[in-house]
Design a protein around this ligand. Sequence first.
Ligand SMILES: *[C@@H]1O[C@H](CO)[C@@H](O)[C@H](O)[C@H]1NC(C)=O
Ligand SMILES: *[C@@H]1O[C@H](CO)[C@@H](O)[C@H](O)[C@H]1NC(C)=O
Length: 443
Amino acid sequence: MDFQIYGFCTIFSFLILASSALQQNPPAQINSNSVLVALLDSHYTELSELVEKALLLQTLEGAVSKHNITIFAPKNEALERDLDPEFKQFLLEPRNLKSLQNLLLFHMIPTRIESNHWPVEMNNPAHHTSLCRDAFDEKIQLIKKNGEKLVGEARMFKADDVVRPDGIIHGIERLLIPKSVQQDFNTRRSLRSISAVLPEGAPEVDPRTHRLKKPAPPVPAGAPPVLPIFDSMAPGPSLAPAPAPGPGGHQHHFDGESQVKDFIQTLLHYGGYNEMADILVNLTSLASEMGRLISEGYVLTVLAPNDEAMAKLTTDQLSEPGAPEQIMYYHLIPEYQTEESMYNSVRRFGKVRYDTLRLPHKVVAEEADGSVKFGQGEASAYLFDPDIYTDGRISVQGIDGVLFPLQEIKPAPPKPTPVAKVVSNQRRGKLLEVACTLLGVCY
Ligand SMILES: *[C@@H]1O[C@H](CO)[C@@H](O)[C@H](O)[C@H]1NC(C)=O
Ligand SMILES: *[C@@H]1O[C@H](CO)[C@@H](O)[C@H](O)[C@H]1NC(C)=O
């Protein structure tokens, strides 16, 4: 039994982590002789790594406490060399955690099936429901064909590889992909491909309404906006709410709202940008305005100050009515810029002025220390975390300071009171609550 100790420790510490993170039922007893411990110690290292990354151990431990399980373990190559890199990247993005979990659970069934119980007749395959609840109507077919055991389309290359009292592992040659995961991936990919379409001809502007006749084509990084975004913006945040769209109003060609949700969620997962995400979640009018602009074909680059920078804001700077909105609008550039496109232009042109959604103020960028520096003097910030989010229409660049238009940079008050941090900690719980209802993201 001592050779199982390592695995036991791994799983044990993991269960503690998982349970404290999820605040669910306390972990039940896990036997060091369990098939889960064996999986973590097995040569299916790619699979077991993914199981850990997907935070699935607690779920699986619940499963083996109720019944035996059978794990169809894809060999390592199926998860590294043979896997489409784009699909793998998709699986590893934090926002696609659910898809990763579904994919893995689809390889496990809540019954013990030893190879000598394999269906023998070719015309009479067995069908089993997997542990993946999102694919409960998609059964796994077990069949024997030309003397070979098949799991779905995958050939079983090592039957009964690991046998334990609460379960069994069979090695299979390829991945089993449930339709729901395939769909998630396709949706994500088609969203991305929108931005890959080449622009065709100049956009037509309707002279009467001064709006685009057709949606603005996707623009390459660094290209100037097609039509001034200000034409399309709702009146300033402190003036009035956005007008309701009139008859024959805006046609929504892009799903801007879900792209905005996506990037806020990405910021939350990225870490270190909770304040910014907080404000975006809180100021629903700002987020929906951004979503609306994106839907209409505009593009945005968000300069997101990190938490340390936000914590330096003083009560004065935040307390004036509309102040958070004003600060945020100054950090939105109506162009699609990536780190590369900005760095290239500051290198080529020295100082570059970008419009911001806070009219008429511009933000200045220049090259400094091999990076891009925004703003002047006291209120300047470096591009700190490049390309946190880039989907072809929204780009998010992390910066290490909060920017203010030049004329607003006042000498620092003698005793600044950094409240943001304290307030933020109180707000944090609230934020998660709001994010939960607003974005459908629950933590
Ligand atoms: C798992 O299967 C073994 C062997 O068939 C059996 O002895 C054991 O009771 C089963 N465990 C559960 C939890 O059903
Ligand atoms: C977020 O909303 C709460 C409650 O509506 C408010 O007290 C708080 O000041 C808001 N935070 C920001 C940054 O606007």
